[in-house]
Design a protein around this ligand. Structure first.
Ligand SMILES: *Cc1c(COP(=O)(O)O)cnc(C)c1O
Length: 394
């Protein structure tokens, strides 16, 4: 009877997901130069994921160090490319040390689990990435959410903090579904006033923002202002993995106590070799970042002229706020018929009623690609004017 009850339970949940229009599907993709130029959904902001120099570095790393690391970092899996990469990442972010994780999700789980316990009070921006919310939960920490980018709300919460608790403020650097940037200066000031540590997850800023591609919280901020800095390597750097950067005590604490670091196989060494190549290209080809900025401006200019509902964002993440799930899915499908991939984002990833197309720009997009996407979006907007009539009448 038990197995039948399970089947029934899953069938009901799946049916509910269908009924609410929230069914998610995976797309099987084979990247080619042509599909990459029409992919406005990936986080490959510098166009490095398809760069042969990275794949060659990866192959070379695999030939020299093996296809897999063979063990966790604390056993025998911590190989030369891992170690070298940690040194380079510490340099890039202007921090004493960095620690490599296999994914950003695990870096966040591991950091929060190692730092927090029941005596910790965590404060999270309401729009923080799921892995940050999940990490605090895993740690059993007491968590409060403050309104998005609202420092007054954060201060109000900190004033009421139980005096015996250690305080940790956590925020995305660039918000993954909105593309706006946290006020790191303001957060750092408040954290110092209330004796709290600050953790910034700059998954979407690293490689894109900052004078050296060091992100929104790298070299411009000291380790005491932003003691815990997270970056991911699978987005602008075109590879995979993530890191935590900070001082000696933080990194040692993570090595000793972060269970998602300790109990997992180190990432394949070739992946670390590919990331090392990406970091080299970040330094030697700053024109990639300039091209990306130019593409962002071109898209925003065109979309604004078409009257599309953009949000304030200077980053490669450019949401088109269509609001209704049905409209998002319809536009997404129409764009796909023209070969364009854009993100279709609905609840629970974003709040209900804020469904959106998530358009992302990359350095590899040509002006023609962007103009063709804008033509398509313009055609959809003409057929289905935005904002919808019912939303404009009182
Ligand atoms: C993508 C993302 C992560 C997860 O990183 P992965 O390496 O893909 O696991 C964490 N935080 C933020 C803000 C992200 O956007």
């Amino acid at each position: 009877m038990h197995a039948v009850a399970w089947q029934e339970h899953l069938r009901e949940r799946l049916a509910r997901r269908h009924e609410t229009g929230l069914w998610r599907e995976r797309l099987s993709v084979t990247p080619t130069p042509d599909t990459r130029s029409r992919n406005f959904a990936s986080n490959d902001y510098l166009g490095l994921a398809g760069d042969v120099r990275l794949s060659e570095a990866q192959a070379q790393g695999a030939r020299q160090f093996g296809a897999g690391a063979g063990a966790s970092h604390l056993i025998t899996g911590h190989l030369d490319p891992h170690h070298l990469l940690e040194e380079r990442l510490a340099e890039l972010t202007g921090r004493p040390r960095a620690l490599l994780f296999s994914t950003g999700y695990m870096a966040n789980l591991g950091t929060l689990q190692a730092l927090c316990d029941r005596q910790t009070q965590v404060y999270q921006d309401r729009l923080n990435h799921a892995s940050l919310l999940d990490g605090a939960k895993l740690a059993g920490a007491s968590s409060r959410r403050f309104h998005h980018r609202d420092l007054i709300d954060l201060e109000r919460l900190l004033e009421r903090a139980p005096p015996d608790r250690r305080r940790l403020v956590v925020s995305d650097g660039v918000f993954s579904m909105d593309g706006d940037i946290a006020d790191i200066d303001g957060l750092a000031t408040i954290c110092q006033r209330y004796d709290a540590w600050l953790m910034i997850d700059d998954a979407h800023g690293l490689g894109v923002l900052g004078e050296h591609g060091d992100g929104c919280a790298g070299q411009r901020f000291s380790t005491s202002q932003v003691p815990i800095l997270i970056g991911t390597l699978g987005k602008a750097l075109g590879s995979a993995g993530a890191f935590v950067a900070g001082d000696e005590a933080l990194i040692e604490a993570l090595i000793q106590f972060a269970r998602p670091y300790i109990y997992t196989t180190a990432q394949p060494p070739g992946v670390a070799s590919a990331t090392l190549k990406a970091l080299e290209i970040l330094t030697t080809e700053p024109e990639r970042r300039a091209r990306l900025q130019d593409n962002i401006h071109r898209f925003r200019r065109g979309a604004t002229a078409l009257g599309l509902p953009l949000v304030e964002s200077i980053t490669p993440i450019q949401p088109v706020l269509l609001e209704s799930n049905a409209r998002v899915m319809a536009w997404h499908a129409a764009l796909a018929r023209h070969g364009f991939l854009v993100g279709a984002i609905r609840e629970p990833t974003v709040p209900k009623g804020q469904a959106r197309l998530r358009v992302t720009l990359g350095a590899h997009h040509r002006h023609d690609d962007i103009d063709a996407l804008l033509d398509c979006l313009g055609e959809l907007a003409r057929r289905e004017p935005y904002p919808p009539q019912e939303a404009t009448t009182p």
